[in-house]
Write a protein that binds this ligand. Structure first.
Ligand code: AHM
Ligand code: MG
Length: 335
């Protein structure tokens, strides 16, 4: 029979592979998993306690904020502000960086997160999730963190992961070497290792993109999707949930490609992007790469982008290496 391994045990085992580790990152991740359990409990009972629906506010990117977005944002902040591991935080829901209150010690890490990705779907009971990314600070230890600590590329990540609050709740986590999945056992409130060392299939049979935007894509992306639909790489299915966390999670497990290309709707010259580099594209791309996949903007690896501001967005092509390589060949006009 296979061993039962909790996320805590797994983190300690991972830490022991790094003799120079102080345990700080392990403790930080530990705290985060408690925040995820609290959010999970709330997401599960949302319908019962009237937490569904809008909060009447707009977030830093101009989207409507739902009550569960607010709850998730507050929970992560209240869990992480006083542990002494972080110098500051940044969230999709907050316009500016989130400072650690003056009375608490400032740590050596910085946390960026999307507290509840896909939340526009929540009233229909569609899977939503939390995405998180952890960098080492670049400013002097012991001081307040600044934007410089947050504005780092995916390639400098120390750890990242996401939680899907779904039919079962799952935490997918990497501290760099490999990607592991933990399923929450609600009867004991523990994340248990269920998907050790996840590797993305080299090719899938699913493409995932919002085809409602097709008329506003660049011509090469249109040609690629037409090619897939006409059986180019084989018989492919379309799957699009509209919740990045769920679409990328499926792509990680089953293979295939998830696209959110630039759309040329409002700005015909430059186009516009939907997904945020720091809170969505960067960490999800880094995880998929750690599992053997590719994450590209079309022009370059997503993890190479150095954000110039907190709410920067970028185009996204994420998935199985063979599928994304084909998309990139189309995108560059080589096919
Ligand atoms: P959100 O963070 O406001 O929920 O927006 C991000 C979501 C992603 O989860 C998803 O991939 C994308 O928006 C869907 O966009 P669209 O509705 O344009 O297809
Ligand atoms: Mg989001």
């Amino acid at each position: 029979m296979s061993q039962i391994v909790s996320v805590q045990r797994h983190l300690l085992a991972t830490q022991s592979n790094h003799p120079d580790a102080t345990g700080d990152l392990t403790a930080l991740l530990w705290d985060l998993t408690l925040a995820f359990k609290l959010i999970n409990a709330e997401v599960n009972k949302a319908g019962l306690v009237n937490l569904y629906g809008l909060d009447g506010d707009r977030n830093a990117s101009g989207d409507d904020v739902t009550k569960l977005d607010r709850f998730s944002q507050d929970t992560i902040f209240r869990m992480m502000d006083h542990g002494g591991h972080l110098c500051c935080m940044a969230s999709e829901e907050e316009r500016e960086i989130i400072r650690i209150p003056a009375e608490y010690p400032k740590g050596k890490y910085v946390l960026s997160y999307d507290p509840l990705d896909g939340s526009s779907n929540i009233d229909a009971n569609v899977s939503v999730g939390t995405i998180f990314a952890i960098h080492h600070r670049v400013t002097p230890e012991g001081t307040d963190g600044t934007e410089a600590d947050v504005l780092q590329p995916g390639s400098a990540l120390v750890a990242a992961g996401y939680v899907v609050y779904g039919s079962s709740t799952m935490l997918v986590l990497s501290t760099g070497d490999r990607v592991d999945g933990f399923t929450l056992d609600p009867s004991v409130g523990e994340f248990l290792l269920s998907h050790p060392n996840i590797r993305i299939p080299s090719r899938g049979a699913i493409y995932s993109v919002n085809e409602g935007n097709e008329n506003f894509w660049d011509a090469n992306t249109r040609r690629y999707v037409q090619w897939v639909k006409s059986g180019g790489p084989g018989a492919y299915k379309a799957r699009y949930i509209g919740s990045m966390i769920a679409d990328v999670h499926r792509t990680l497990l089953y293979g295939g490609i998830f696209l959110y290309p630039r759309t040329f709707r409002k700005d015909p010259a430059n186009g516009e992007c939907k997904l945020r580099l720091l809170y969505e594209a960067g960490p999800m791309g880094w995880i998929v790469e750690r599992a053997g996949g590719i994450a590209s903007t079309g022009e370059r690896p997503i993890v190479d982008l150095v954000p110039t501001h907190l709410h920067e967005r970028c185009p996204v092509a994420i998935g199985s290496p063979d599928d994304v390589a084909e998309y990139l060949a189309f995108y560059r006009g080589e096919r």
